[in-house]
Design a protein. Structure first.
Length: 299
């Protein structure tokens, strides 16, 4: 395995390792055990080669070190985790060992993009806000191509086709079993910004109508007439199925996307989405506005 592949392998496992680590930390804190006390409990009667040091446990909880099935079982026994929790966490640990479908795009994935893909693949609900472009998970191939090509400063021309294909593949998550829903807030300006030209934009607006009508996503338009918008740019809030999981946010900007897991960032972005949704039109009204924008292009 080459250095590049080794680096990619580590990056690919980061999201699930972080999720597992956060959940173990939550369980430990609920049990009112320090890291040292937990290590003492799980190492009792073990050979030296099988023990877990406090430093290693700290890395496991932060998602920068892995543990095997036996080690996880010992940790969960020491924390008195019930069978259901133990099963879910073992499944999460095992999933981190499986190659993701996105591995075929590895040559074109920088670390943050790979994190975004894996977050989207694990999340069971999404909340998005976009004031410049239509949300990537709702884009048509031609619209996505125009957006990707606009980033020529960091996108190699030979990578465009694969990045567009990757974006389309990510959209399959919206219709997979177990996915609970996407709530997308779009600034009205995104409906009139003719990305790719009138024909491409008309097809994009038709797709928004389609996903709104068939229930793939709840699309809400933040109208021009709304109060000053609560935020600019775009972001995604990733929600996960386990009650021990915390949300993760992706914030887009001129310098690329950033992934945030701290409470203050999550709180701030959640507030912005709630404020934008409160000012946005209802799903029915939004559909009418999108259809009217498409009709204007068709004239």
């Amino acid at each position: 395995m080459g250095r590049r592949q080794e680096r990619d392998e580590v990056a690919r496992k980061t999201v699930r390792a972080r999720r597992l680590g956060r959940q173990l930390r939550t369980l430990r804190e609920a049990a009112r055990l320090s890291q040292g006390q937990l290590c003492e409990a799980i190492n009792a009667g073990q050979d030296r080669s099988a023990t877990i040091s406090q430093g290693q446990l700290s890395k496991i909880e932060s998602g920068t070190a892995r543990l095997d099935a036996d080690q996880l079982a010992r940790v969960l026994t020491a924390l008195s985790a019930d069978e259901a929790i133990a099963q879910r966490l073992e499944e999460l640990r095992a999933q981190a060992e499986e190659p993701g479908w996105w591995r075929q795009y590895a040559p074109y994935l920088h670390e943050t993009l790979e994190l975004m893909v894996e977050l989207g693949d694990d999340a069971t609900n999404l909340r998005t806000y976009d004031s410049i472009f239509v949300q990537g998970l709702l884009q048509t191939p031609d619209y996505a191509r125009a957006v990707v090509e606009s980033g020529r400063a960091w996108v190699r021309p030979t990578a465009v086709d694969d990045l567009v294909e990757l974006r389309m593949r990510r959209q399959q998550r919206l219709t997979e079993p177990g996915f609970e829903g996407l709530i997308a807030v779009l600034a009205e300006a995104t409906l009139h910004h003719q990305v790719g030209g009138p024909t491409v934009m008309a097809a994009q607006l038709q797709k928004l109508c389609d996903v709104a009508e068939n229930g793939t996503a709840a699309v809400h338009v933040l109208p021009f007439t709304a109060a000053p918008w609560p935020g600019f740019g775009g972001f995604v809030i990733y929600g996960f199925p386990d009650e021990l999981d915390t949300e993760v946010v992706q914030v887009d900007g001129d310098l690329g996307a950033g992934i945030h897991e701290d409470k203050e960032s999550i709180k701030a972005v959640t507030y912005t989405h709630s404020a934008a949704l409160a000012q946005a039109l209802s799903a029915r009204e939004s559909l009418d506005v999108i259809a009217a924008a498409k009709k204007k292009l068709d004239e």
